[in-house]
Design a protein around this ligand. Structure first.
Ligand SMILES: Cc1cc2nc3c(=O)[nH]c(=O)nc-3n(C[C@H](O)[C@H](O)[C@H](O)COP(=O)(O)OP(=O)(O)OC[C@H]3O[C@@H](n4cnc5c(N)ncnc54)[C@H](O)[C@@H]3O)c2cc1C
Length: 465
């Protein structure tokens, strides 16, 4: 009998298993695929970032090296090698998780996990053989899968999801992306940088619509420069694939129809929780109408010894959110009182410029009727950004009008994915904009833009604009 069985080895599941083992619990993890790491390591965060880095090198070599005084001849893309390197990066990471399981003495059961009852999980291997394992507690961390629309036939050849987009055999001539959210824009960027024309169709009136509106507007300007075209406020009504051609039809908000032809269409309209075959009902676990495992504030399901974390429960579908929840459940199981501040889980888009945010958006503050002040600083005024020729974007700080407490930080610019950590720390300690504005930031760094935006928010006293 295990103390804990974790079903699913994504960032939620494997981190939960490690923390459980650290806390002295006899732990098992069940994973249906031969490699550990889940969506994030195999077909998500890590491979997409590997391709984003490679394509960015190519884009810089073909677009900015000359200005830097570096001349290249015979520049070309070897997509096969790019994908091979990406696969190597994935392997290093998934092997790393295997090592961590061993190091922490966690039993790895490779096979499909399904509930027999509230304490028994059947693990079925590909060859059909099955073993039952027992656990006092069970953590469901089965993650998510790409969503689609009922009329779209995903043939995974020309009409693809993010998973296939990470393994294309050729650079699309014209990639049509359905959905202007994070995944569509990141993978669209990969192929736009490699020379594809990329058309994005988005139902809402802005890209990355859940983020602060300023971010979507700025990102749209930057992506246009690398060959993106956008159809905002367009609703896709049909997707057809014939031979090497795909046709996407979409209606705009005035009822006019556009027809876009390309050679690949990437469907990236979001992800849905994955519980297929889990047989949760055998344990009596409730699933919501949206397909999520229902949990309370302790991430506990309606069955007291069964917990659920990550993409399969409510909240942002992010690897680091899943990880925090994994640690939270492990610590709850040994009687600790952990806490997650969901408002301070940062969100990042790894386009170039990168977008990163934490806390409330301006739209949310308006909706709450909260009085706030805004400080902005453009990267165009940053010496570091000028030196690296990365002057697109800005930092926007929202602070309480009376107390000066930072309520939201929204950044678009170079390396903001890393810079946002400073804002998270500041906000966890409930810093005021002036607190950050009075701290020394190394010169020249991109981080000075955050300090300057805080100065601007404090009382409009940015120094370099
Ligand atoms: C292209 C792409 C890029 C992304 N980039 C980022 C990023 O940059 N940053 C970020 O924070 N997030 C990113 N995400 C989202 C991130 O991958 C997810 O939020 C994260 O993986 C969720 O972790 P999880 O542990 O909940 O589930 P998952 O990672 O989905 O893992 C679930 C695991 O459970 C296994 N499983 C499911 N059912 C069973 C069963 N019955 N038995 C056994 N095993 C089972 C699955 O095989 C899988 O391995 C990206 C996603 C995609 C698709």
């Amino acid at each position: 009998m295990y103390d804990v069985i974790v079903i699913g080895s994504g960032p939620g599941g494997y981190v939960a298993a490690i923390r459980c083992a650290q806390l002295g619990m006899k732990t098992a993890i069940v994973e249906k695929y031969p490699t550990l790491g889940g969506t994030c390591l195999n077909v998500g965060c890590i491979p997409s970032k590997a391709l984003l880095d490679s394509s960015e090198h190519y884009h810089n070599a073909s677009h900015t090296f000359k200005t830097h005084g570096i001349n290249l001849s015979d520049l070309s893309v070897d997509l096969g090698q790019m994908i091979t390197r990406k696969n190597d990066v994935v392997k290093q990471n998934t092997d790393g998780i295997q090592f961590l399981m061993k190091k922490n003495k966690i039993d790895v059961h490779q096979g499909f996990g399904s509930f027999v009852n509230a304490t028994t999980v059947k693990v079925t291997k590909d060859d059909g053989s099955a073993t039952d394992i027992q656990g006092k507690n069970i953590i469901i961390a089965t993650g998510s899968k790409p969503s689609s629309l009922p009329f779209i036939k995903l043939n995974k050849d020309r009409v693809i999801t993010s998973t296939e987009a990470l393994n294309l055999k050729e650079i699309p001539k014209h990639l049509v992306v359905i959905g202007g959210g994070v995944i569509g824009l990141e993978l669209g960027s990969v192929y736009a940088r490699l020379g594809a024309k990329v058309s994005v169709i988005e139902f809402m009136d802005s890209l990355i619509p859940t983020m602060d509106r300023t971010m979507g507007k700025e990102l749209q300007k930057s992506l246009k420069k690398i060959g993106f075209e956008f159809y905002l406020k367009h609703k896709v009504t049909a997707v057809e694939s014939k031979g090497n051609e795909v046709t996407v039809k979409a209606d705009n908000d005035k009822g006019a129809t556009v027809e876009i032809k390309g050679d690949y269409v990437l469907v990236s309209i979001g992800r849905k929780p994955y519980t297929d075959g889990l047989n949760a009902e055998a344990a009596g676990v409730k699933i919501t109408d949206r397909g999520q495992i229902e949990v309370n504030d302790h991430l506990q399901t309606n069955i007291s010894n069964i917990y659920a974390i990550g993409d399969v429960v409510k909240g942002a579908m992010l690897a680091h959110k899943a990880e925090e929840e994994g640690v939270f459940v492990a610590e709850t199981l040994v009687g600790q009182k952990p806490h997650i501040n969901y408002n301070l889980i940062p969100g990042v888009v790894y386009t170039w410029p990168e977008v990163a945010a934490v806390g409330y958006t301006e739209e949310q503050l308006k909706e709450q009727g909260r009085k706030y002040k805004t400080g902005k600083f453009p990267f165009l005024a940053s010496g570091r950004a000028r030196a690296s020729m990365d002057t697109d974007g800005l930092v926007k700080v929202l602070a309480d009008a009376d107390t000066d407490e930072i309520l939201g930080v929204h950044m678009i610019g170079p390396r903001t994915a890393d810079m946002i950590a400073e804002a998270v720390v500041a906000m966890e300690y409930r810093a005021s904009a002036e607190d950050v504005a009075r701290m020394s930031h190394a010169h020249p760094t991109y981080t000075e833009a955050f300090k300057e935006a805080c100065l601007a928010a404090t009382d409009n006293r940015a120094l370099h604009i």
